[in-house]
Ligand binder design. Sequence first.
Ligand code: SF4
Ligand code: SF4
Length: 381
Amino acid sequence: MNKENKSKIKNNETFEKFNQKNDIFNRSLWDKTVRSKKTEKFYNDYTKPPESENRPEGYKHKDYAFRNATWFMSDTFSNIHKNNGRAEGFTDEFKVQKPGTKSKYIFKSNKDLTDEIKIIAKKLGADLVGITKSNPKWIYSHKYRRATDEVKPNKIDSSLNRVIVIANQMDKDLIDTAPSALSGSATGLGYSNDLTTILSLSQYIINLGYKAVPSQNDTALSIPLAIEAGLGEYARNGLLITKKFGPRVRISKIFTDLPLECDKPISFGVKNYCSICNKCADSCPPRAISFDKPSFKQINKSNIKGIKKWSVDAEKCFKFWASQSTDCSICIRVCPYNKDFDKLTHKIGIKLANTPFRYILIKLDNFFGNRKKPSEWWANK
Ligand code: SF4
Ligand code: SF4
């Protein structure tokens, strides 16, 4: 065997499409190495908030009551076809749209159509919109049915060859309280707000006589599609970093047959910045974020195989979430790109991050960005 082949095997370089069964949330249901009593409590607390006040700040009755309320819309829609074993938005695409017209509305040009879809998406609540091809690489190889523990090949209509990728910002003040159940409200709000945008935009497309399949975590990996749609760059913390909101976004998508024009990937210095900044890795309590260079290493089965990148140890990350009975956004809160880029100083900062001045910026950033106390949030909301 020659040297190159040996190194390919060592690096696990052979690409394999991701099987949804190996998503860490699905594994927390079927995999005994992930599932524990803490996992059950973690999920139960989303159904019924813990009532005790004898808990640390940010993890009290009202914090959980609010967090769970932010998930209400997402929970309601994900359970809409629960009797058929579907968890829409999580393991299955949404199937709630009304029928549209038989004839297709004809646009003047594909450019006009693309511009208009982006404007309508923003009217319906999208903060960022990009278009890309439906790259089969990122479509899950298999779908997982939680209720019955079934795995089935993931079939997607081949005419849905465009993806409208949407990123919505998460609430900065809430994220600033991470880790806490209170900060988990930013996640719940993100999921629930995304729904309004993708369900309404899909209905608009269907009303014009075209096909639209709204999707959140189901069907395909959102981050690589968002990168290909030009919404941002991949980062050490395993997240998308956008120019406007940094890593503080939630991503959703719509598969469609509209003949949209595609955007191109962008680069604004994130890769170089992450290569000298380890703030997320340093701040991650269970050390789930790598300090190493991007590699093909598959830490466990929840990492996609054969892509050279920074990988996060989802087992460590999820076990930490379960131990504190809520999700954690520390790696979003501490990231130097988690700024309000409407402010002039931060606008200048993001430009400098793409130059050798990034070394000074990293030092400066360590003086800022401390956690906000949940009691402060409640006092000043
Ligand atoms: S969410 Fe929390 S535990 Fe998970 S990788 Fe980020 S900092 Fe670490
Ligand atoms: S904290 Fe630093 S290393 Fe981590 S994602 Fe943000 S910029 Fe990259």
